[in-house]
Design a protein around this ligand. Structure first.
Ligand code: NAP
Length: 299
């Protein structure tokens, strides 16, 4: 049977590499949808992947901040076997994060919520619903005052917490409420919390069916998103190399221990692990965040 895979934010970086890897490893009858917000960039990227692809590849315009468009695409496809929510908006250190928060949160968190809500129900037994998050996304990265708001939260609750955090940024009170200055951190914790929320509602059905809902960390990868934040890329992966363990997770039989979890290079990063950094800079030197590919995965 023909399988359909979709990747959001896939005209460059890790999303592009995930499409390439899927298109190399899926069957010629399968279809990989490379999506992004800009028609010209999507068409150019889809043309590039098609050269050398084994499966079929099509480009589709999908701005993940448009929840209606996400819902429409999910409904028009009817059944999607492999769904990867990957898109992220630009975030740079030389502009106040309060000025960048709306777009950043709308893409990373609004986009994730829209994909989980609209594509989740279209997943057939054996399907894969994956959110590209980060090793920054464990609960332990946040001030302990914030743990209860995410721990065990439903998707509606995660959405409300994200909205409250966004409002606190604009009101200038995010810091006093414990939210870290680097908005990527709460954004990633919220993505993992959203995955856990959805997974909790469907685990009993999914695990016997061999269906996987999970978050992944691709490691430190040299892309537009990471370049402004890390000075040392000696341990960084290429997007192509980072995509392989993610596609391994997708194509391997379900390991129930990974269901609903955050997985980095095939291993679960426990939800409560990680520590809040004393200084913002500490995170960009954290070995788990920097995590180059371990030798056993490289083999
Ligand atoms: N790079 C790393 O080291 C690293 C580490 C851990 C996790 N991650 C995660 O990996 C994922 C991919 O990151 P990346 O490093 O590959 O980033 P990237 O190179 O900046 O690519 C981001 C992609 O998202 C697209 N995008 C932006 N806004 C969009 C929207 N509204 N709708 C749809 N697509 C949109 C971009 O399209 P345009 O080209 O049109 O802007 C681009 O294709 C992110 O979730 C990121 O947090 C990355």
């Amino acid at each position: 049977m023909t399988r359909i895979a979709i990747v959001t934010g896939a005209n460059q970086g890790i999303g592009y590499a995930l499409v390439e890897e899927l298109a190399t490893r899926l069957d010629p009858t399968d279809l990989v949808l490379l999506t992004g917000r800009d028609a010209a960039r999507v068409a150019a990227a889809a043309d590039r992947v098609r050269t050398g692809a084994r499966s079929r590849v099509e480009g589709r315009v999908l701005d993940v901040t448009d929840a209606g468009a996400v819902a429409e695409l999910a409904a028009s496809l009817g059944r999607t076997d492999i769904v990867i929510s990957n898109a992220i908006g630009p975030l740079v250190p030389d502009r106040p994060q309060s000025e960048q928060a709306d777009e950043f949160i709308a893409v990373a968190n609004g986009g994730t919520h829209a994909v989980l809500r609209s594509f989740g129900p279209t997943l057939p037994p054996g399907g894969r619903l994956i959110v590209v998050a980060s090793a920054l996304g464990t609960l332990g990265r946040l001030d302990p005052r914030l743990h209860p708001v995410f721990d065990g939260a439903t998707l509606d609750e995660v959405e409300a917490v994200v909205e409250g955090w966004r409002a606190a940024i604009h009101d200038g009170i995010a810091g006093e409420k414990g939210w870290p200055g680097w908005i990527n951190v709460p954004s990633k914790v919220a993505q993992v919390a959203a995955v856990r929320a959805v997974a909790a509602t469907r685990r009993d059905r999914d695990v016997p069916d061999g269906t996987l809902v999970a978050a992944v960390c691709p490691g430190l990868v040299d892309t537009r998103a990471s370049r402004p934040w890390f000075s040392d890329f000696s341990q960084a992966l290429t997007p192509a190399r980072s995509a392989r363990p993610v596609v391994d997770l997708i194509l391997d039989p379900l390991d129930p221990a990974k269901y609903g979890e955050l997985v980095q290079f095939g291993k679960v990063l426990p939800w409560h692990s990680g520590k809040p950094p004393r200084y913002q800079d500490e995170l960009v030197r954290d070995p788990v965040v920097l995590g180059g590919l371990p030798r056993d995965v490289d083999a």
